[in-house]
Design a protein. Sequence first.
Length: 204
Amino acid sequence: MNMDNTIVIEGLDGAGTTTQMHLIAKRLEEEGKKVFITHEPTDNPIGRIVRDVLQKKIKTTPEALALLFSADRDDHLFNEEYGLLKMIEDGCYIITDRYKYSSIAYQGAECNLEYIEAINSRFPHPSHLIFVDTSPESCMKRIERRGCEKELFERLEFLKKVRENYLKQFSSLPESVNYLYVDGEKSIEEVEEEIWTWLKSTNL
Ligand code: TYD
């Protein structure tokens, strides 16, 4: 399976991944590239069920939620009409705000890790992966500043565990993955510049 020209951005809630996704997309578009930005959970039917769980409208078990994330991802990638693999084949550059690494980090913090790995083993690695590392404390401050109702995982102690899980999995990535660790405490502009310089260095 080919996930060329696919950039995944990961980070804790409030880390700034969505902002960076838009900034990179703009830069690639300025170069005349066809770019598709997306996110997980998706806005497709299974992703909407996931959002209801995150917003605490539906209560379920951590394992059922893990399966829902995985089902949403399967559809996101392989759907015959709008799946990402089809778009990649059509020559699009994909940027996705979260992917399977979120499941290992978040669901791995409350379910059996081997089980979570197993239900995500079908999903290929992307060509590019960026981890925006913002401290759990800063993330909680940013989330509180938004003033919205807090979602399921937006708790300091939980985010600390999630960050550990991210760092652990990113220490053993296959060599085929171009990986960038970036300090999310830096300004939006600095993070953007660092990501862009790195992307160019990988000949994207
Ligand atoms: P996100 O859409 O990034 O948050 P926001 O609501 O601020 O836009 O992600 C939603 C939440 O889902 C976030 O807490 C991370 C979590 N998540 C998982 O736990 N597992 C997953 O596989 C994915 C994709 C997200």
